[in-house]
Ligand binder design. Sequence first.
Ligand SMILES: NC(=O)C1=CN([C@@H]2O[C@H](COP(=O)(O)OP(=O)(O)OC[C@H]3O[C@@H](n4cnc5c(N)ncnc54)[C@H](O)[C@@H]3O)[C@@H](O)[C@H]2O)C=CC1
Ligand SMILES: CC(C)CC(=O)C(=O)O
Length: 367
Amino acid sequence: MELFQYMEKYDYEQVLFCQDKESGLKAIIVIHDTTLGPALGGTRMWMYNSEEEALEDALRLARGMTYKNAAAGLNLGGGKTVIIGDPRKDKNEAMFRAFGRFIQGLNGRYITAEDVGTTVADMDIIYQETDYVTGISPEFGSSGNPSPATAYGVYRGMKAAAKEAFGSDSLEGKVVAVQGVGNVAYHLCRHLHEEGAKLIVTDINKEAVARAVEEFGAKAVDPNDIYGVECDIFAPCALGGIINDQTIPQLKAKVIAGSANNQLKEPRHGDMIHEMGIVYAPDYVINAGGVINVADELYGYNRERAMKKIEQIYDNIEKVFAIAKRDNIPTYVAADRMAEERIETMRKARSQFLQNGHHILSRRRAR
Ligand SMILES: NC(=O)C1=CN([C@@H]2O[C@H](COP(=O)(O)OP(=O)(O)OC[C@H]3O[C@@H](n4cnc5c(N)ncnc54)[C@H](O)[C@@H]3O)[C@@H](O)[C@H]2O)C=CC1
Ligand SMILES: CC(C)CC(=O)C(=O)O
Protein backbone atom coordinates (compact mmCIF):
# COMPACT_ATOMS: atom_id res chain seq x y z
CA MET A 1 0.00 0.00 0.00
CA GLU A 2 1.19 3.51 -0.81
CA LEU A 3 0.37 4.94 2.62
CA PHE A 4 0.48 8.66 1.88
CA GLN A 5 -1.51 8.16 -1.31
CA TYR A 6 -4.18 6.28 0.67
CA MET A 7 -4.15 8.91 3.44
CA GLU A 8 -4.64 11.65 0.87
CA LYS A 9 -7.46 9.79 -0.89
CA TYR A 10 -9.56 9.48 2.29
CA ASP A 11 -8.12 12.54 4.03
CA TYR A 12 -6.48 10.92 7.08
CA GLU A 13 -4.73 13.25 9.50
CA GLN A 14 -2.19 11.04 11.26
CA VAL A 15 -0.85 7.50 11.57
CA LEU A 16 1.36 6.62 14.52
CA PHE A 17 3.38 3.39 14.72
CA CYS A 18 4.19 2.51 18.35
CA GLN A 19 6.83 -0.04 19.37
CA ASP A 20 8.03 -1.13 22.81
CA LYS A 21 10.53 -3.98 22.72
CA GLU A 22 10.38 -4.94 26.42
CA SER A 23 6.61 -5.48 26.52
CA GLY A 24 6.21 -6.60 22.90
CA LEU A 25 3.86 -3.72 22.05
CA LYS A 26 3.31 -3.20 18.36
CA ALA A 27 0.44 -0.77 17.87
CA ILE A 28 -0.87 1.44 15.11
CA ILE A 29 -2.91 4.47 16.16
CA VAL A 30 -4.82 6.11 13.32
CA ILE A 31 -6.45 9.53 13.64
CA HIS A 32 -8.74 10.04 10.69
CA ASP A 33 -10.51 13.36 11.25
CA THR A 34 -10.80 15.72 14.20
CA THR A 35 -13.13 18.35 12.73
CA LEU A 36 -15.83 17.61 15.29
CA GLY A 37 -13.49 17.08 18.26
CA PRO A 38 -10.84 14.68 19.56
CA ALA A 39 -10.76 11.32 17.82
CA LEU A 40 -12.46 8.63 19.91
CA GLY A 41 -12.29 4.96 18.95
CA GLY A 42 -11.44 1.66 20.55
CA THR A 43 -8.30 -0.49 20.59
CA ARG A 44 -8.50 -3.82 18.82
CA MET A 45 -6.00 -6.59 19.64
CA TRP A 46 -5.86 -9.25 16.96
CA MET A 47 -3.53 -11.84 15.42
CA TYR A 48 -3.08 -10.17 12.05
CA ASN A 49 -1.40 -12.22 9.34
CA SER A 50 0.78 -9.28 8.33
CA GLU A 51 1.58 -5.68 9.27
CA GLU A 52 -0.13 -4.61 6.04
CA GLU A 53 -3.36 -6.31 7.14
CA ALA A 54 -3.16 -4.61 10.56
CA LEU A 55 -2.60 -1.21 8.98
CA GLU A 56 -5.50 -1.67 6.58
CA ASP A 57 -7.80 -2.65 9.45
CA ALA A 58 -6.73 0.33 11.56
CA LEU A 59 -7.24 2.73 8.66
CA ARG A 60 -10.71 1.43 7.79
CA LEU A 61 -11.85 1.27 11.40
CA ALA A 62 -10.61 4.81 12.17
CA ARG A 63 -12.47 6.29 9.21
CA GLY A 64 -15.57 4.37 10.27
CA MET A 65 -15.33 6.06 13.69
CA THR A 66 -15.37 9.53 12.09
CA TYR A 67 -18.66 8.63 10.40
CA LYS A 68 -20.03 6.83 13.45
CA ASN A 69 -19.36 9.69 15.85
CA ALA A 70 -20.69 12.27 13.39
CA ALA A 71 -23.87 10.30 12.65
CA ALA A 72 -24.48 9.74 16.37
CA GLY A 73 -24.39 13.49 16.97
CA LEU A 74 -21.23 13.35 19.11
CA ASN A 75 -18.72 16.20 19.18
CA LEU A 76 -15.92 13.76 18.47
CA GLY A 77 -13.71 12.87 15.57
CA GLY A 78 -12.68 9.40 14.45
CA GLY A 79 -9.69 7.26 15.32
CA LYS A 80 -8.80 3.71 16.20
CA THR A 81 -5.87 1.57 17.35
CA VAL A 82 -4.87 -1.95 16.49
CA ILE A 83 -2.39 -3.89 18.60
CA ILE A 84 -0.78 -6.80 16.80
CA GLY A 85 -0.88 -9.92 18.97
CA ASP A 86 -2.94 -12.71 20.45
CA PRO A 87 -5.19 -11.26 23.16
CA ARG A 88 -5.23 -14.64 24.95
CA LYS A 89 -1.43 -14.98 25.15
CA ASP A 90 0.45 -11.80 24.40
CA LYS A 91 -1.02 -9.25 26.83
CA ASN A 92 0.92 -7.90 29.78
CA GLU A 93 0.68 -4.90 32.10
CA ALA A 94 3.79 -3.22 30.67
CA MET A 95 2.31 -3.39 27.16
CA PHE A 96 -0.79 -1.39 28.10
CA ARG A 97 1.26 1.02 30.25
CA ALA A 98 3.57 1.68 27.29
CA PHE A 99 0.54 2.08 25.03
CA GLY A 100 -1.02 4.53 27.52
CA ARG A 101 2.13 6.67 27.35
CA PHE A 102 1.92 6.82 23.57
CA ILE A 103 -1.70 8.00 23.87
CA GLN A 104 -0.69 10.61 26.45
CA GLY A 105 1.91 11.87 23.99
CA LEU A 106 -0.92 12.76 21.60
CA ASN A 107 -2.10 15.27 24.20
CA GLY A 108 -5.83 14.59 23.80
CA ARG A 109 -6.03 14.28 20.03
CA TYR A 110 -6.98 10.60 20.49
CA ILE A 111 -9.08 8.92 23.21
CA THR A 112 -9.30 5.16 23.39
CA ALA A 113 -11.76 2.50 24.64
CA GLU A 114 -12.38 -1.25 24.24
CA ASP A 115 -12.81 -3.14 20.99
CA VAL A 116 -12.41 -6.79 20.02
CA GLY A 117 -9.62 -8.36 22.10
CA THR A 118 -9.41 -5.67 24.80
CA THR A 119 -11.22 -5.40 28.12
CA VAL A 120 -12.13 -3.03 30.94
CA ALA A 121 -9.09 -4.36 32.86
CA ASP A 122 -6.83 -3.32 29.96
CA MET A 123 -8.40 0.17 29.94
CA ASP A 124 -7.80 0.44 33.69
CA ILE A 125 -4.08 -0.19 33.09
CA ILE A 126 -3.97 2.43 30.31
CA TYR A 127 -5.68 4.85 32.74
CA GLN A 128 -2.60 4.68 34.97
CA GLU A 129 -0.69 6.53 32.26
CA THR A 130 -3.25 8.79 30.62
CA ASP A 131 -6.64 10.43 31.10
CA TYR A 132 -7.42 9.90 27.45
CA VAL A 133 -9.13 6.52 27.92
CA THR A 134 -12.80 5.63 28.43
CA GLY A 135 -14.67 2.42 29.19
CA ILE A 136 -12.74 2.15 32.46
CA SER A 137 -14.16 0.53 35.61
CA PRO A 138 -17.30 1.89 37.26
CA GLU A 139 -15.18 2.12 40.46
CA PHE A 140 -13.54 5.15 38.85
CA GLY A 141 -16.97 6.71 38.17
CA SER A 142 -16.84 5.46 34.59
CA SER A 143 -19.07 3.48 32.30
CA GLY A 144 -17.26 0.11 32.20
CA ASN A 145 -17.75 -2.42 29.40
CA PRO A 146 -19.47 -0.75 26.41
CA SER A 147 -20.87 -4.00 24.95
CA PRO A 148 -24.29 -4.00 26.70
CA ALA A 149 -24.83 -0.41 25.52
CA THR A 150 -23.83 -1.35 21.97
CA ALA A 151 -26.23 -4.30 22.09
CA TYR A 152 -29.11 -2.12 23.24
CA GLY A 153 -28.46 0.31 20.40
CA VAL A 154 -28.38 -2.53 17.87
CA TYR A 155 -31.65 -3.85 19.29
CA ARG A 156 -33.26 -0.40 18.90
CA GLY A 157 -31.90 0.01 15.38
CA MET A 158 -33.04 -3.50 14.43
CA LYS A 159 -36.59 -2.59 15.47
CA ALA A 160 -36.49 0.48 13.22
CA ALA A 161 -35.24 -1.69 10.34
CA ALA A 162 -37.98 -4.26 11.01
CA LYS A 163 -40.58 -1.49 10.80
CA GLU A 164 -39.17 -0.47 7.42
CA ALA A 165 -39.16 -4.05 6.09
CA PHE A 166 -42.25 -5.60 7.71
CA GLY A 167 -44.43 -2.60 8.59
CA SER A 168 -44.15 -3.21 12.35
CA ASP A 169 -41.23 -2.86 14.72
CA SER A 170 -42.25 -5.85 16.80
CA LEU A 171 -39.65 -8.60 16.77
CA GLU A 172 -41.96 -11.15 18.35
CA GLY A 173 -41.87 -14.34 16.29
CA LYS A 174 -39.19 -12.98 13.93
CA VAL A 175 -36.33 -15.34 13.16
CA VAL A 176 -32.97 -13.64 13.73
CA ALA A 177 -29.72 -15.29 12.57
CA VAL A 178 -26.83 -14.04 14.72
CA GLN A 179 -23.23 -14.42 13.54
CA GLY A 180 -20.86 -14.40 16.52
CA VAL A 181 -22.28 -14.50 20.04
CA GLY A 182 -19.53 -12.63 21.86
CA ASN A 183 -19.74 -9.62 24.16
CA VAL A 184 -22.23 -7.57 22.16
CA ALA A 185 -24.32 -10.34 20.63
CA TYR A 186 -24.85 -12.13 23.95
CA HIS A 187 -26.70 -9.05 25.24
CA LEU A 188 -28.43 -8.53 21.89
CA CYS A 189 -29.74 -12.11 22.04
CA ARG A 190 -31.08 -11.43 25.54
CA HIS A 191 -33.12 -8.45 24.30
CA LEU A 192 -34.38 -10.42 21.30
CA HIS A 193 -35.28 -13.44 23.41
CA GLU A 194 -37.16 -11.24 25.87
CA GLU A 195 -39.22 -9.83 23.01
CA GLY A 196 -40.06 -13.29 21.70
CA ALA A 197 -37.78 -13.50 18.66
CA LYS A 198 -36.51 -16.92 17.56
CA LEU A 199 -32.73 -17.16 17.43
CA ILE A 200 -30.32 -19.03 15.18
CA VAL A 201 -26.71 -18.54 16.28
CA THR A 202 -23.19 -19.44 15.26
CA ASP A 203 -19.70 -18.81 16.60
CA ILE A 204 -16.25 -20.34 16.24
CA ASN A 205 -16.22 -20.45 20.05
CA LYS A 206 -18.29 -23.48 21.09
CA GLU A 207 -18.80 -22.24 24.66
CA ALA A 208 -20.35 -19.00 23.41
CA VAL A 209 -22.76 -21.01 21.26
CA ALA A 210 -23.64 -23.37 24.12
CA ARG A 211 -24.50 -20.41 26.38
CA ALA A 212 -26.88 -18.91 23.78
CA VAL A 213 -28.53 -22.30 23.23
CA GLU A 214 -29.00 -22.89 26.94
CA GLU A 215 -30.08 -19.39 28.00
CA PHE A 216 -32.12 -18.28 24.99
CA GLY A 217 -33.24 -21.54 23.38
CA ALA A 218 -31.24 -20.63 20.26
CA LYS A 219 -30.69 -23.10 17.45
CA ALA A 220 -26.99 -23.54 16.61
CA VAL A 221 -25.56 -23.85 13.09
CA ASP A 222 -22.01 -24.16 11.72
CA PRO A 223 -20.22 -20.86 10.99
CA ASN A 224 -20.33 -21.39 7.22
CA ASP A 225 -24.08 -22.11 7.24
CA ILE A 226 -25.30 -18.91 8.91
CA TYR A 227 -25.61 -16.89 5.69
CA GLY A 228 -28.07 -19.25 4.02
CA VAL A 229 -30.42 -20.06 6.90
CA GLU A 230 -34.12 -19.26 6.55
CA CYS A 231 -34.61 -16.14 8.63
CA ASP A 232 -36.15 -12.66 8.68
CA ILE A 233 -33.12 -10.77 9.96
CA PHE A 234 -29.39 -11.41 9.65
CA ALA A 235 -27.34 -9.88 12.48
CA PRO A 236 -23.59 -9.88 11.76
CA CYS A 237 -21.89 -9.50 15.16
CA ALA A 238 -18.40 -10.95 14.57
CA LEU A 239 -15.88 -9.34 12.23
CA GLY A 240 -16.08 -7.17 9.10
CA GLY A 241 -16.24 -7.87 5.36
CA ILE A 242 -18.95 -10.54 5.65
CA ILE A 243 -21.30 -8.98 3.08
CA ASN A 244 -19.40 -10.02 -0.04
CA ASP A 245 -19.59 -11.82 -3.39
CA GLN A 246 -19.66 -15.26 -1.75
CA THR A 247 -22.22 -14.56 0.98
CA ILE A 248 -24.73 -12.29 -0.79
CA PRO A 249 -26.16 -15.03 -3.07
CA GLN A 250 -26.85 -17.18 0.01
CA LEU A 251 -28.81 -14.55 1.97
CA LYS A 252 -32.50 -15.18 2.65
CA ALA A 253 -33.00 -12.40 5.20
CA LYS A 254 -35.05 -9.28 4.41
CA VAL A 255 -33.06 -7.21 6.92
CA ILE A 256 -29.37 -6.93 7.80
CA ALA A 257 -28.83 -5.32 11.20
CA GLY A 258 -25.90 -6.18 13.44
CA SER A 259 -23.01 -4.82 15.50
CA ALA A 260 -19.97 -5.72 13.38
CA ASN A 261 -17.89 -2.84 12.05
CA ASN A 262 -17.27 -2.58 8.28
CA GLN A 263 -19.82 -5.22 7.29
CA LEU A 264 -19.67 -4.43 3.56
CA LYS A 265 -16.50 -5.85 2.02
CA GLU A 266 -16.65 -3.14 -0.65
CA PRO A 267 -19.16 -0.34 -1.31
CA ARG A 268 -20.51 -2.18 -4.35
CA HIS A 269 -21.79 -4.91 -2.01
CA GLY A 270 -24.04 -2.26 -0.46
CA ASP A 271 -25.42 -1.61 -3.94
CA MET A 272 -25.98 -5.33 -4.50
CA ILE A 273 -28.07 -5.85 -1.35
CA HIS A 274 -29.97 -2.64 -2.10
CA GLU A 275 -30.93 -4.01 -5.53
CA MET A 276 -32.08 -7.24 -3.90
CA GLY A 277 -34.49 -5.20 -1.74
CA ILE A 278 -32.73 -6.07 1.53
CA VAL A 279 -33.15 -3.42 4.22
CA TYR A 280 -29.63 -2.69 5.45
CA ALA A 281 -29.16 -0.77 8.71
CA PRO A 282 -25.71 0.79 8.15
CA ASP A 283 -23.20 -0.66 10.61
CA TYR A 284 -21.76 2.52 12.04
CA VAL A 285 -25.18 4.03 12.69
CA ILE A 286 -26.68 0.99 14.40
CA ASN A 287 -23.61 0.04 16.47
CA ALA A 288 -22.95 3.48 17.98
CA GLY A 289 -24.37 2.61 21.43
CA GLY A 290 -20.96 1.72 22.88
CA VAL A 291 -19.24 4.88 21.78
CA ILE A 292 -22.20 7.01 22.89
CA ASN A 293 -21.94 5.36 26.31
CA VAL A 294 -18.17 5.81 26.75
CA ALA A 295 -18.28 9.35 25.33
CA ASP A 296 -20.64 10.32 28.14
CA GLU A 297 -17.71 9.79 30.55
CA LEU A 298 -16.18 12.95 29.13
CA TYR A 299 -19.01 14.93 30.80
CA GLY A 300 -18.97 12.88 34.03
CA TYR A 301 -20.78 9.60 33.35
CA ASN A 302 -24.56 9.63 33.68
CA ARG A 303 -26.14 6.35 32.65
CA GLU A 304 -29.63 7.76 32.21
CA ARG A 305 -28.38 10.49 29.87
CA ALA A 306 -26.32 7.98 27.88
CA MET A 307 -29.21 5.51 27.52
CA LYS A 308 -31.53 8.28 26.31
CA LYS A 309 -29.08 9.06 23.52
CA ILE A 310 -28.68 5.36 22.69
CA GLU A 311 -32.48 5.02 22.39
CA GLN A 312 -32.26 7.56 19.58
CA ILE A 313 -30.43 5.08 17.37
CA TYR A 314 -33.96 4.04 16.36
CA ASP A 315 -34.56 7.60 15.05
CA ASN A 316 -31.11 7.79 13.46
CA ILE A 317 -31.80 4.62 11.47
CA GLU A 318 -35.20 6.01 10.43
CA LYS A 319 -33.44 9.22 9.29
CA VAL A 320 -31.07 7.19 7.13
CA PHE A 321 -34.00 5.34 5.51
CA ALA A 322 -35.74 8.67 4.85
CA ILE A 323 -32.62 10.14 3.16
CA ALA A 324 -32.24 6.93 1.11
CA LYS A 325 -35.82 7.25 -0.13
CA ARG A 326 -35.63 11.01 -0.69
CA ASP A 327 -32.45 10.76 -2.76
CA ASN A 328 -33.16 7.30 -4.21
CA ILE A 329 -29.86 5.86 -2.96
CA PRO A 330 -28.78 2.78 -0.96
CA THR A 331 -28.85 3.17 2.82
CA TYR A 332 -25.06 2.96 3.20
CA VAL A 333 -24.70 5.99 0.90
CA ALA A 334 -27.48 7.79 2.81
CA ALA A 335 -25.63 7.23 6.10
CA ASP A 336 -22.41 8.64 4.65
CA ARG A 337 -24.34 11.66 3.39
CA MET A 338 -25.87 12.25 6.83
CA ALA A 339 -22.45 12.08 8.54
CA GLU A 340 -20.62 14.15 5.92
CA GLU A 341 -23.29 16.86 6.00
CA ARG A 342 -22.86 17.24 9.76
CA ILE A 343 -19.06 17.39 9.53
CA GLU A 344 -19.18 20.03 6.79
CA THR A 345 -21.78 22.15 8.60
CA MET A 346 -19.71 22.09 11.79
CA ARG A 347 -16.48 22.80 9.93
CA LYS A 348 -18.06 26.01 8.68
CA ALA A 349 -19.60 26.88 12.06
CA ARG A 350 -16.19 26.51 13.73
CA SER A 351 -14.14 28.33 11.13
CA GLN A 352 -13.79 31.67 12.94
CA PHE A 353 -10.64 32.21 15.03
CA LEU A 354 -11.17 31.59 18.74
CA GLN A 355 -8.56 32.15 21.40
CA ASN A 356 -8.25 28.78 23.14
CA GLY A 357 -5.76 29.34 25.89
CA HIS A 358 -3.11 27.17 24.27
CA HIS A 359 -2.40 29.68 21.58
CA ILE A 360 0.93 31.52 21.55
CA LEU A 361 -0.88 34.86 22.06
CA SER A 362 -2.35 33.75 25.42
CA ARG A 363 1.12 32.78 26.63
CA ARG A 364 2.53 36.15 25.57
CA ARG A 365 -0.18 37.99 27.49
CA ALA A 366 0.53 35.92 30.62
CA ARG A 367 4.18 37.05 30.75
N1 LIG B 1 -17.96 -4.19 21.94
C1 LIG B 1 -18.55 -3.08 21.50
O1 LIG B 1 -19.09 -2.29 22.29
C2 LIG B 1 -18.60 -2.78 20.04
C3 LIG B 1 -18.32 -3.76 19.11
N2 LIG B 1 -18.45 -3.49 17.79
C4 LIG B 1 -18.17 -4.51 16.81
O2 LIG B 1 -19.05 -5.62 17.00
C5 LIG B 1 -18.37 -6.83 16.68
C6 LIG B 1 -18.39 -7.77 17.88
O3 LIG B 1 -17.75 -7.13 18.97
P1 LIG B 1 -17.62 -7.86 20.39
O4 LIG B 1 -18.87 -8.58 20.71
O5 LIG B 1 -17.10 -6.83 21.32
O6 LIG B 1 -16.47 -8.87 20.08
P2 LIG B 1 -16.25 -10.34 20.68
O7 LIG B 1 -14.85 -10.71 20.32
O8 LIG B 1 -16.66 -10.40 22.11
O9 LIG B 1 -17.29 -11.22 19.86
C7 LIG B 1 -17.10 -11.60 18.55
C8 LIG B 1 -17.49 -13.07 18.46
O10 LIG B 1 -17.42 -13.45 17.10
C9 LIG B 1 -16.87 -14.75 17.05
N3 LIG B 1 -16.33 -14.99 15.70
C10 LIG B 1 -15.17 -14.53 15.16
N4 LIG B 1 -15.05 -14.96 13.89
C11 LIG B 1 -16.17 -15.68 13.62
C12 LIG B 1 -16.65 -16.36 12.47
N5 LIG B 1 -15.95 -16.41 11.36
N6 LIG B 1 -17.85 -16.97 12.55
C13 LIG B 1 -18.57 -16.93 13.68
N7 LIG B 1 -18.16 -16.32 14.80
C14 LIG B 1 -16.99 -15.68 14.77
C15 LIG B 1 -15.84 -14.78 18.15
O11 LIG B 1 -15.53 -16.10 18.55
C16 LIG B 1 -16.55 -13.99 19.24
O12 LIG B 1 -17.32 -14.82 20.10
C17 LIG B 1 -16.96 -6.41 16.21
O13 LIG B 1 -16.95 -6.23 14.83
C18 LIG B 1 -16.77 -5.06 16.90
O14 LIG B 1 -15.82 -4.24 16.23
C19 LIG B 1 -18.88 -2.27 17.32
C20 LIG B 1 -19.19 -1.28 18.22
C21 LIG B 1 -19.00 -1.43 19.64
C1 LIG C 1 -16.21 0.07 21.37
C2 LIG C 1 -16.53 1.52 21.35
C3 LIG C 1 -16.45 2.06 22.72
C4 LIG C 1 -15.76 2.34 20.40
C5 LIG C 1 -15.42 1.75 19.09
O1 LIG C 1 -14.27 1.55 18.80
C6 LIG C 1 -16.48 1.31 18.17
O2 LIG C 1 -17.63 1.74 18.28
O3 LIG C 1 -16.16 0.55 17.23
